[in-house]
Design a protein around this ligand. Structure first.
Ligand SMILES: [Zn+2]
Length: 86
């Protein structure tokens, strides 16, 4: 009788560990998945060529209280020219 009780205890212990493992996995895996994806990068749109690029790589240009982001100097100049022509 004692051995049956012991086996039962071991089994319930394993069951508890397994359910803990799945609960842990459920909580942790979305966090890990988020970290792997480069989702923290803010993408900005170049108003000239409409390319999306990371804000860190973009050329920042302030114009009339607005901040614009460009992929290259050429696009910045094209924007300056377009705004000057207005
Ligand atoms: Zn561009």
């Amino acid at each position: 009788m004692r051995t049956i009780l012991l086996i039962f205890r071991i089994l319930s212990g394993i069951l508890l560990l397994v359910s803990f493992y799945f609960a842990f996995k459920r909580v942790i895996s979305p966090v890990l998945r988020k970290r792997k994806e480069p989702q923290g990068v803010d993408l900005v749109e170049d108003p000239i060529c409409h390319t999306y690029l990371p804000q860190a790589k973009a050329i920042e240009y302030r114009h009339k209280g607005h901040t614009y982001f460009f992929c290259s100097r050429a696009c910045t100049l094209a924007f300056e020219k377009r705004e000057a022509d207005r």
